[in-house]
Design a protein around this ligand. Structure first.
Ligand code: ZN
Ligand code: ZN
Length: 300
């Protein structure tokens, strides 16, 4: 969450979009050349990656906009809205797959295990695997769970495509054409799953989810070790909107402390918190000591 990470996020989003479009074109060709339902659903799976990359780009661009009079807390939540819409698109893609698969089961139609089509599909997976590797390494280097998660998602795509290709070859070799439709259903289910994850995360974000417990512990630690002169901090609340983290709490100081001194403590805490959480909006409510709850963070 350092400031320097922002251009990298943009470059990665453009990279994911380019890779997604290339893979979509290749898998689309493979589906068209073979007429396989399983490869058709595998191609629709890469639509998910393309739209996810678009959301990431929109989010980065929108979040960069400064807050204004009508949206004083900024544009960070736009990302969640677009993700919910995309989750719904993904559900529609899964329904298309299920209805195609149903037709394939009721009236089995043979497909053509065209070697060029299958080869192109393998090439598409190699591109995905390479990008997944890049994402996981970047995620580890930048300590970004989001990048690592994208990389792992892409890696599962590679595995599912390998499964589809093996299944298509088995179906071609044995003449059991329904296997193609059954594989399509399995791919449809994995698409539905990623759509559900996207919607779930976005709805939690719209509901003002707190930072995770490990980060909250870090925040409490930073407050407690940088509030010299104050007595305690309590009622700490956090919420996240995209890359922005909102932190608010009450700071108890001696009743006779001057406003200037209390403000200096607040500025010191805010400075330290911003070193840790680059995109943070911090609000501190100062109270005199008889308000101490003796249940909050004791200043060390
Ligand atoms: Zn209070
Ligand atoms: Zn101030």
């Amino acid at each position: 969450m350092r400031k320097s990470a922002a251009p990298l996020v943009t470059r990665v989003a453009y990279g994911s979009l380019a890779v997604g479009l290339l893979v979509l074109a290749l898998k689309g060709y493979a589906a068209w050349a073979t007429g396989s339902l399983a490869l058709f659903s595998d191609a629709l799976e890469s639509v998910v990656n393309v739209v996810t990359a678009i959301v990431a780009l929109v989010a980065v661009k929108l979040a960069a906009r400064p807050a204004d009079a009508s949206l004083p807390y900024g544009y960070h939540k736009a990302e969640y809205f677009s993700a919910v819409v995309i989750g719904i698109f993904i559900a529609v893609a899964a329904l298309v797959i299920f209805s195609e698969a149903w037709r394939g089961l009721v009236t089995p139609h043979p497909f053509d295990p065209d070697p060029l089509g299958l080869g192109v599909s393998i090439a598409a997976s190699a591109v995905n695997a390479a990008w997944a590797y890049v994402l996981v390494r970047l995620g580890r280097r930048e300590r970004s769970p989001a990048l690592s998660a994208d990389g792992r998602h892409l890696a599962t795509d590679v595995i599912s495509t390998v499964g589809v290709l093996v299944g298509v070859l088995v179906a071609a070799a044995t003449g059991w054409v329904q296997l193609d439709a059954i594989l399509a259903v399995l791919v449809g289910l994995t698409i539905l799953w990623s759509g559900w994850q996207l919607i779930r995360q976005s709805v939690i974000g719209l509901m003002d989810v707190a930072v995770d417990p490990a980060r909250l512990a870090q925040i409490r630690e930073l407050i407690s070790s940088n509030a010299d002169g104050a007595i305690e901090a309590h009622d700490i609340r956090t919420r996240q909107a995209g890359r922005m983290t909102f932190i608010e709490f009450h700071l108890v100081v001696p009743g006779a402390m001057s406003v200037a001194d209390a403000h200096a403590i607040c500025d010191r805490i805010e400075g330290k918190l911003r070193e840790q959480e680059a995109d943070a909006l911090i609000t501190i409510h100062v109270e005199p000591e008889h308000k101490a709850k003796h249940s909050g963070i004791v200043v060390v």
